[in-house]
Design a protein. Sequence first.
Length: 270
Amino acid sequence: MSTYAIGDIQGCFSALQDLLKHIQFDQSKDTLWFVGDLVNRGPQSLETVRFIKNLGAKHRTVLGNHDLHLLAMAHNAHKGWPNDRLNEILQAPDKNELVEWLLQQPLFYYDSELNYCMAHAGLAPAWNLAKAEALSKEISGILQSNAAQDFFNHMYGNTPDQWHDDLQGWDRLRCITNYFTRVRFCRADGSQDLQLKGTLDLHPKTLMPWYEVPNRQNANLNIIFGHWAALGGITHTPRTFALDTGCVWGFSLTAMRLEDQKRFQVSCGI
Ligand SMILES: [Mn+2]
């Protein structure tokens, strides 16, 4: 009986199947955690979502920015980017069921028995566990309500870049969503720089990964995240577990067994 957390799949369904063979996944005993970005850019987003949905109680999934983008397109709130590969899902006969299922998945998940939590990109440095749980519930409440359409209409954008407890309205919801699903670099005050990607050696000295911000209120948590392929799965910060190893870019797909933190990888060579 093991629990494996798996990095960003982005429609690379055959790599996922290779990885599950490699870890000898047994659906009757094991549980899979997915860090989000199940879809887009890779060739088989539809198969990937169907497969994970069918795992039922044997999976835990948090939404990533690409999953939210798919949901926005499904709500006619975005026309899509030129390099999107989401049409197969959007035209699938079971599209509505898949969209409904995705809307049920949270932005943050915490398992008190295993003592791990998971978000696609990260957490705002100011959030402790209770705050992160409450804010994730706040977004889920919107996604599962009549306000979902309006949420997606207002979701895109990089501001406000700093969390404050008194943020209101769409600014508040956008800021929460950006920290959970898009954050990489922050300034020392915890505000996000959402422009910058890439490796750590190229970043300006005023910026640091969100998990290196001083006095981070969630530094006591074991945090699993994806989204940042340039990290190559390495953080050098205790209790942070980066799992995006760039499968869709031809690198590898990673699983970490939570019980002993052993990592398993399959190559995604193109
Ligand atoms: Mn992402």
